[in-house]
Design a protein around this ligand. Structure first.
Ligand SMILES: [Ca+2]
Length: 218
């Protein structure tokens, strides 16, 4: 009887032990690989070595219009005072600790004008960091995603841009503007089978673009 009394409580624990010893169920939610809200200046350690831009964090309250930024009280402003020809190598950039293969990228953008090129969000492939794909505002009032027109844009208006279904086998993704699918199967540079860095930059002198809530998930 003594043995039974001792054994029974132990046996009663077996189902719990069996459950905890199982491998965890596969996660069904997205995993955030990168997030920048600009709520306290920079959330992450960007490479800010370039001296070609004026960078600031203006309150969102003074930046109305369009699809409101995702959250928070501050945005990021990139103003270019230099002559044309600023290169993406002089951008605000961040090199991922390890190469990433996200399936979803989201950011909010606002242009202060429609006649200047800039507001780039570029994703580079792994080292040597070939440009994999990029989004920007053209100097003709049109959005672009790696050479494809996304649509017309207005000044002083926030837009929500999403890259979905990023496919590293076929090197394609879908572009959403304010929750509407605008380009299906946009291409990524075939040499890039992952992303090694992200860069924000302008091209034209006197251009100002606002960014907020950059999110990269897998
Ligand atoms: Ca913010």
């Amino acid at each position: 009887m003594k043995i039974l009394k001792i054994a029974f409580p132990f046996l009663a624990l077996l189902p719990a032990l069996a459950l905890t010893s199982c491998p965890p169920a596969a996660s069904t939610g997205p995993v955030t690989l990168f997030s920048e809200t600009f709520e306290n200046a920079y959330d992450i350690a960007w490479d800010t070595s370039s001296a070609l831009y004026t960078w600031s964090f203006p309150p969102l309250a003074g930046l109305t219009g369009g699809n409101p930024s995702g959250s928070g009280s501050y945005a990021f402003s990139q103003f270019n005072t230099n002559a044309n020809g600023d290169l993406y190598t002089n951008s605000l950039k961040y090199f991922f600790t390890t190469d990433i293969s996200p399936t979803y990228v989201r950011f909010y953008m606002r242009a202060a004008q429609t006649d200047k090129e800039g507001g780039y969000v570029a994703l580079w492939g792994p080292n040597p960091y070939v440009a994999a794909t990029w989004f920007f505002f053209g100097n003709n009032g049109q959005f672009y995603a790696r050479g494809s027109v996304v649509g017309a844009y207005a000044a002083d208006t926030w837009y929500k841009i999403e890259l979905k279904n990023i496919d590293y086998t076929n090197h394609t993704y879908d572009v959403y503007l304010d929750d509407a699918l605008v380009i299906s199967g946009q291409t990524i540079n075939a040499a890039a089978d992952a992303f090694g860095a992200i860069a924000l930059y302008n091209i034209d002198a006197g251009s100002q673009f606002y960014y907020d809530d950059i999110l990269i998930q897998q």
